[in-house]
Design a protein around this ligand. Structure first.
Ligand SMILES: [Zn+2]
Length: 403
């Protein structure tokens, strides 16, 4: 048993920080949470850690990462891949920044499923992984034929390339059989590297077939979009989460009230990846700027109470894994969330998005002991989430700084 005493708890469910708290951990889970003033017994404790009043939050969940990186350099090794350094940089950096769960939104497959399983088995120092595996995209379209320069290795390993002859029902079932936790498909119709050159896209009928098949198989569906029209198409097709909202060069940018109503009614999550857009915009370039517009759209969603997921899109260029989750929190505050709301969205909110709200994302009895300790009050200043002193996954210390 591990006891964390003298803790100020930010529980992840939206409540105010609770100073003078004690958390008892046992067998990788939270055994109890209480006030120090009520007394507690340290009998049987293996270790008692005095947190000196520092702030403890549930481990952060990043709802949108590419764990293996954005290019083929990070292609996992062949053979004995679980004993190599595969994904090493991603897992070390994620843990160091307090990211204890990630949703992989497209990675080499079956590698990411094998790796996820070895993490669940306890064989890796890593954030836990929830994975979509191969992304479903149109032949000639984004991302393989735009940002990845038609790279055959990535096309074969990380995507399902769709044309008119593709049996989508078969492809979605195959992904589910291979072990996909989510099914991901892409709506995109311009080349981001050669804007505004049009590229082929999945039709609305194809998106609907992907979502319907996924749901029949008990899998939720995430859809990449580049503008507000795509967002509506994704919502109407049955998406469970909509990724990005606006991309570089987007022209259809204003979310109408009727779309907000649909998102709220269907309880669809929107994962706006605000920081990744900020990081990619070149104010001196020729492309229209979407960042400011995106901030206004996200603000509308926040005010309307639409579920917002916190995702970084990390390991794409300029968006490093781990640290970028904290950048996303800061940008969501810029979009109108309070710091507590941003922290809640990245913990219990993301846990709900990932259907893990009964064991992740809150500091509660019986929940998995994924915890982050920071110095300074992040509910007063969101940048304090970056001053990380201790990170635990399943009750194991995976990173420690100066306490
Ligand atoms: Zn992505």
């Amino acid at each position: 048993m591990i006891i964390l005493r003298n803790a100020t708890i930010i529980s992840g469910d939206g409540g105010a920080p609770a100073p003078g708290s004690v958390i008892m951990l046992n067998g990788g889970r939270i055994e109890s949470v209480g006030a120090e003033a009520d007394g507690y017994s340290a009998n049987g404790a293996d270790i008692v850690i005095d947190l000196k009043g520092r702030y403890v939050m549930p481990g952060f969940i990043d709802a949108h990462v590419h764990f293996g990186g954005a290019d083929c350099l990070d292609y996992p090794g062949i053979g004995d891949r679980l004993e190599t350094y595969d994904f090493l940089r991603s897992r070390v950096e994620a843990l160091r920044w307090g990211v204890t769960t990630v949703r992989s939104a497209g990675d080499f497959t079956p590698d990411i499923f094998d790796f996820r399983d070895s993490v669940d088995f306890g064989a890796q120092n890593s954030p836990r992984i929830i994975a979509a595996g191969r992304m479903i995209q149109a032949r000639g379209g984004h991302p393989i034929y735009t940002v990845f320069g038609s790279n055959e290795k990535i096309a074969a390993g990380a995507t399902v390339i769709v044309d008119d002859a593709t049996d989508l029902g078969f492809e979605v079932k195959r992904l589910a059989d291979e072990g996909a936790d989510w099914i991901k498909a892409v709506i995109s119709e311009v080349d981001k590297l050669d804007y505004p050159r049009p590229v082929p896209r999945l039709s609305n009928g194809q998106i609907r077939q992907v979502a319907d098949t996924a749901h029949k198989l008990g899998k939720p569906c995430m859809i990449h979009v580049d503008n507000v029209r795509h967002m509506r198409e994704a919502a109407e097709a049955g998406a469970d989460s909509i990724e990005h909202i606006l991309s570089v060069g987007a022209t259809e940018t204003e979310i109408e009230d009727s779309l907000i109503e649909l998102l709220a009614e269907e309880q669809i999550y929107v994962v706006p990846t605000v920081f990744s857009i900020f990081a990619h915009e070149n104010p001196a370039g020729k492309r229209p700027l979407v960042y400011e517009t995106l901030v206004r759209q996200v603000n509308k969603l926040i005010r309307a109470g639409v579920n917002i997921g916190v995702g970084s899109d990390s390991n794409i260029p300029f968006v490093s894994i781990g640290e970028s989750l904290h950048e996303e929190l800061a940008h969501l505050v810029k979009c109108g969330m309070t710091p507590v709301e941003a922290i809640t969205a990245a913990t219990s909110g993301n846990a709900k998005l990932l259907r893990k709200e009964n064991e992740l994302g809150a500091i509660k009895k019986g929940f998995l002991a994924d915890l982050v300790v920071v110095d300074g009050d992040p509910t007063a200043d969101i940048s304090r989430t970056k001053d990380i002193r201790l990170v635990m996954v399943n009750g194991r210390i995976v990173y420690s700084g100066a306490l």
